[in-house]
Design a binder for this molecule. Sequence first.
Ligand code: MN
Length: 257
Amino acid sequence: MFPPDRIAVHAADTAAAGDAPAPGLIADLVAANHILFDQGVVDAFGHISARHDKRPDRFLLARNMAPGNVTAADIVEFDLDGNPVNADGRKVYLERFIHGEIFRARPDVMAMVHSHSHNIVPLSVVKDVPLRAIFHMAGFIGEAAPVFEIREAGGDGTDLLISDNALGRALAEKFADADIALMRGHGSTVVANSVPLAVYRAVYAELNARYQLQASGLGEITYLTAAEGRACVGRVEGQVQRPWDLWKAEAEKRRAA
Ligand code: MN
């Protein structure tokens, strides 16, 4: 297993790349990186991964770089321990262990987004006020998004990053009954059964957080019930292709010049 590295930077390849992933999956992952930047979910930090379509024990994630600039050539294949198999000495993300450990714990998950989006962070630090579904586009959040407290797994003095497999496993436990987990003083991770749905959920989780912060200053909030949240997942998320097509086309236009 590749040792956890907090400082550094060049990760050694430990195995051969598997069968090539579908070109369409790579294209979607590249588009997802651009969309998440365009939508303000990620800035220079944050990342999105997809499970390999031919090797469920592998996943795809950009090399260590700003998501807005990712190209197909920047996508690296990893095993579930977070070892890159074709990085060829390129820097990889310190927090790749988020992806490997959640893909391992949740066989149904095909993609995930880790971000520090601006309105989620306040809700990660206030005790007794969970992120909750406040509107129909974010029913998947449910009645109380779990919060990962890194001190419970890593003690005092961590840099709050998920920089090894043990921390990744501790975070993955939060996904036993949830598709989003906040990370105290850090951000969030959102999972889904496809790249477009992971992007959709990351975008609308951030909007939900913004609305919750705005509404909480006005008075008592009527949140979605659990039943309403479930109904919205069933119906509204079925529309995911519409925003995905729009966002992808806009991202391509923006970068075509
Ligand atoms: Mn992070």
